[in-house]
Design a binder for this molecule. Sequence first.
Ligand code: FES
Length: 367
Amino acid sequence: MPITLTINDRPIEAVAGQTILEAARANGIVIPTLCYHPALPIVGSCRLCIVEVEGARTPQAACGLVAREGMIVRTETPALARDRRTILELLLANYRDAEYTAADRDDTEFEHWVKLYGAQCPPGSTPRPQRKVNSDPNPFVWVDMNKCILCTRCVRACADVQGRFVWRPNGRGARTDIVAGLETTMLEARCESCGACAAFCPTGALDNKMSVDAGKPDKKVTTTCAYCGVGCQFDLNVKGNRIIRVTSTPNAPVNGMRLCVKGRYGYDFAHHPDRLKRPRVRKYLLETPNSKHQIPKSSLQSEWVEVDWDTAFDITARKLREARDTFGPDSVGVLTSAKCLNEENYLMNKFARQVIGTNNIDHCARL
Ligand code: FES
């Protein structure tokens, strides 16, 4: 059942059960958020999303307030801007980043709102004790808890999205920290390095080790992961024609914000100097194309030589036929790949059983 409310003097139609934040966003109205993420359970802890609701004595958190028929809401007023600036300044008092001296950067969500509301670190504030930068040996996730604002998005992402329960708040009040397990390393706390915590972090306290100093991308290219048959989508962040980072595509139909360690971090092969871009065959196969079962006479003859696809296919077909005719069909095995389409795997099945005549066929997704 649709309901009607007014946001910023505009009549808005919302779906029953939608929050003010969801209704506003669906109608292109921006309300700042930090602890909220649409893929996570709502905790309503940062209060940055406060809005004025007619009849309410105090500002209300839009992320957790369900829209009701006839509500009159304002999302940007001088009083709200002042309150949001105060909230951000309280967070800045505890935020330590050696390079972040002024509110002039907007690389992260947090920095974006700080800049927008002109928040400044309150003079004379005593920040939390300095934490170690890059404090966890995890090979993929960069940990700098000096930038943590205790929004708990990492905690909820790990528990509710990934089901690993690596991160948790530790301590109380001003002494609260986010820690892995029982203050162990991430890997000791069952981390599988999926990077979800870094993907959801709004401040860069958790980031991708491979990209932490890579800067801003020139463009993002949405693509499909080539590692397995699930077909997860993500954005390749490209700078100077090189991939510098993989970020989640929130609306990806298969995986949403989720990615595995290979999808999020296994992209360095794309620019690796050893990457094969054309087929290669052993030199001796070119020198004596018609002799059967050649054994290379010297290591020189075993060298790899780059050839065109037709030559490579001809040699492959000839050697497979030779093996089948000489040693029987079961001397050949076929391994297919989850990177192929279903149709391609079907054809490989036909090729193994009907062309070669063997049942020796398997698929990498079973390994
Ligand atoms: Fe609503 Fe944090 S975004 S309370």
